[in-house]
Design a protein around this ligand. Structure first.
Ligand code: DGL
Length: 262
């Protein structure tokens, strides 16, 4: 089925839950005139501990619905879903701008000589071929250390960001990387920027923290522009939040995360 792409339609932003809000905020920052539909699949989250076929089928099903609603482009604001599904999606919808996200290893690796770069991501992202290729591309410039973080996204999904539980979890998870053992950290899951301050506290302020949200937003803007799909008029865009979970607290949490300082 071919969809008609129109300038005045919204851009879809998809994640396994509320984490993709860290990408949505960058999209709004550089394209304030656009409308967005943010869909979080919290009912099926976490994706990061499922198998790739499941992640792929959830993502494809949602993309079909979002395109059916007339969205003119799709940001897969989830590293896990990007590794499992972005390629088949682009094959199926070659004429629609579809942009994924991957861990921002490049700027971290280029920040200096032989940087020690810790990449925090979900188990699926780390074991996928896409990540292996990314590592291979930078391995001779930097020391890349992958760290699967099962359980971390759940703190963000619960909105549990200020308590001791998160700090305890991070202290245990990062125990081998404290005290100057790494130069930087790449947040390879869109949920993690909401725990950025706590990660910084545990590792120390000298450790630089990277995430791919802004680069992904710029890429979407470029793709829309190239296809003549950017809105022309000056206006304030709308954001519509949708979530597969029955818990309407998720929509409230999305709004809070969008306003939060990170
Ligand atoms: N936000 C997702 C990512 O960027 C993953 C969270 C999950 O569902 O495990 O990878």
């Amino acid at each position: 089925m071919k969809y008609l792409l129109q300038k005045d339609r919204p851009v879809a932003v998809f994640d396994s839950g509320v984490g993709g809000i860290s990408v949505l905020r960058e999209l709004i920052r550089i394209m304030p005139d656009e409308d967005f539909i943010y869909f979080g699949d919290s009912k099926n989250a976490p994706y990061g501990v499922r198998d790739r076929e499941e992640v792929r089928s959830f993502t494809e099903e949602r993309a079909r619905e979002l395109f059916g609603q007339g969205c003119k482009g799709l940001v897969v604001a989830c590293n896990t879903a990007t590794s499992a599904a972005v390629r088949p999606l682009r094959e199926r919808y070659p004429y629609i701008p579809i942009v994924g996200i991957e861990p921002a290893v490049k700027p971290a690796a280029l920040a200096g000589d032989r940087q020690r770069v810790l990449v925090m991501a979900t188990p699926v992202t780390i074991r996928e071929e896409k990540f292996r290729q990314l590592m291979a591309a930078w391995e001779d410039r930097a020391e890349i250390i992958p760290l699967p973080c099962p359980g971390l996204m759940e703190f963000v999904e619960r909105g549990d960001l200020n308590g001791d539980d998160l700090l305890d979890y991070l202290t245990e998870l990062l125990r081998d990387y404290r005290g100057g053992a790494v130069d930087s950290v790449v947040l390879g899951c869109t949920h993690y920027p909401f725990a950025r301050k706590q990660i910084g506290r545990v590792l120390g302020e000298q450790v630089k923290i990277y995430d791919g949200g802004a680069g992904t937003a710029r890429e979407m803007r470029r793709r829309l522009e190239e296809k003549g799909l950017l809105r022309q008029e000056e206006r304030r865009g709308f954001v519509t939040f949708e979530n597969s979970s029955e818990d309407d607290g998720k929509i409230r949490l999305c709004r809070q995360l969008l306003e939060m300082e990170i």
